[in-house]
Write a protein that binds this ligand. Structure first.
Ligand code: 6PG
Length: 255
């Protein structure tokens, strides 16, 4: 893994609080400089305390949430009210409590039967939300939030899946055989355009994957999270002690 900052915390609560502070700092600067903060949310269970925290008064009042554009790094092939929906998780814990307007919420329609159409529609959603020209340069989102699976997947970039090889598209479908699911995911190319990539990884069950991704041999087919290496953006890992327990180096890597 190339240059990154590693922050190790006692537990998920501490990591979530530090991540909330980091998000507010980036958001304040983005809104001040560009009158907008573009944020791609991650799915899974780890971000739930973070989303709840951001909806609490101390953060609710810190930035102008009306200037935030919400995206997702990936989505499962389920309707938006399904218990597995990454959108539903964020809607219930963050977007509804903050009263975010619909036009700021850019959901991936991963439930559509035609997954190519779902991916194309999301690309158009990103273009329109950020006022880009069609066919223009991919955007640099201010923050892409990511998790890490026990198999070292991130977003819906799973080991040995086709999306790992996608170098042109911003968003693509991705058939994940072991889940028997065709998901929609931002591609490594789009994620790597981000100004900031924040990983949130907690739990003993992630320790092997984290150590392999950060300190193991480069093998992006087996360890997709190693594909995340923004050309100019920064990568910051927010991890707990349990997830960091197999790291040889418990410090930043500046190589
Ligand atoms: C998803 C997520 C995925 C997630 C990891 C970690 O849609 O599942 O985008 O990449 O971040 O699987 O999930 P947990 O936080 O639940 O361990």
């Amino acid at each position: 893994m190339r240059k990154y900052t590693l922050n190790i915390f006692k537990d998920l609560e501490e990591a979530s609080r530090a991540l909330a502070e980091a998000l507010m700092a980036v958001a304040s600067t983005a809104i001040e400089n560009r009158s907008r903060f573009s944020l791609a949310l991650s799915g899974g269970s780890s971000p739930k305390p973070l989303y709840k925290l951001l909806a609490e008064n101390q953060y609710r009042e810190q930035i102008d949430w009306a200037k935030v554009e919400f995206f997702w790094g990936d989505e499962r092939p389920v309707p938006p009210d399904h218990e597995d929906s990454n959108y539903r998780l964020a809607k219930e814990t963050l977007l509804e409590p903050l009263g975010i307007a619909d036009q700021q919420i850019h959901r991936i329609e991963a439930e559509l039967p035609d997954k190519d159409l779902a991916a194309d529609k999301y690309i158009n959603e990103i273009v329109e939300a950020l006022g880009l020209g069609a066919g223009g340069e991919p955007p640099s989102l201010d923050v892409v939030l990511l998790g890490l699976g026990e198999d070292a997947h991130t977003a819906s970039l799973f080991p040995a899946t086709k999306a790992l090889l996608e170098t042109q598209r911003w968003v693509t479908k991705n058939l994940v055989l072991k889940l028997d699911a065709e998901r929609i995911t931002m591609t490594p190319m789009l994620i790597n355009r981000a100004r900031n990539v924040f990983f949130l990884v907690v739990g003993e069950n992630k320790a092997s994957a984290l150590a392999e991704v950060l300190e193991g041999r480069i093998d992006t087919v087996r360890l997709p999270a190693q594909l995340i290496k923004p050309a100019t953006g920064q990568v910051v890992w927010f991890v707990d002690e349990a997830a960091a327990s197999k790291l040889k180096k418990q410090t930043d890597a500046q190589k």
